[in-house]
Design a protein around this ligand. Structure first.
Ligand SMILES: [Zn+2]
Length: 193
């Protein structure tokens, strides 16, 4: 589903076969507060194409994707920036997050029972333990991270060094930052339908 005003697609379990556990629709996140009034998972249509590939690649390994966050309005990014315990892990709203372009998502792998694979640190755990290729986490967790890396890069996303859960489209400058107002009826920060 898209609207004429913006290029975002609504991602759901029914349409994409993913699991959703949107951290910012609950208070269980780094900000410690509910940021999204509605648990909407939104991606730019270019990223949505890659997500479909990632879902298929994960299935080849008997896994599914569980998404923690995707498109994030500029207003939500400002709240995260103001509340972040470590700004090394949150993009300055002045610069802009790729989440705010709708081209980034945070996710992990789950097995056939829906259990999360051990990644060695929690989503949004802002520590060196969350860095790719960190040998301080177990060999199994390193292997699980590398499986997620292979799936996501195979699907067309790129990784960043400090967050095993974060993937985005390359060349993000091609995509504009999106405000909550621009999202219209798909604004997750609004409780209005
Ligand atoms: Zn992220």
């Amino acid at each position: 589903m898209t609207t004429p005003n913006h290029p975002l697609v609504n991602i759901s379990a029914a349409t994409h076969g993913v699991l959703l556990e949107l951290a910012y629709a609950t208070a269980n996140n780094v900000a410690g507060q509910i940021i999204y009034a509605r648990a909407l998972c939104l991606l730019h249509r270019d990223a949505e194409v890659c997500l479909r590939r990632a879902v298929a690649l994960a299935a080849q390994s008997g896994c599914r994707l569980k998404i923690f966050d995707a498109g994030r309005p500029q207003e939500a990014q400002l709240i995260l920036w103001q509340t972040a315990p470590d700004r090394a892990y949150v993009a300055d709203p002045q610069v802009g997050s790729n989440h705010t372009r709708g081209t980034a998502l945070d996710l992990t792998l789950v097995d056939s029972t829906g259990a999360e694979l051990d990644m060695g640190s929690g989503f949004d755990e802002m520590s060196p333990l969350s860095h790719h290729f960190n040998t301080a986490v177990s060999a199994q967790a390193q292997a699980n991270r590398q499986l997620l890396l292979a799936i996501m890069e195979g699907a067309g996303f790129v990784h960043i060094a400090h967050e095993w859960w974060h993937y985005a489209l390359p060349h993000p400058q091609r995509y504009p930052l999106l405000s909550s107002e621009a999202l219209g009826p798909l604004n997750p920060m609004s409780s209005a339908y």
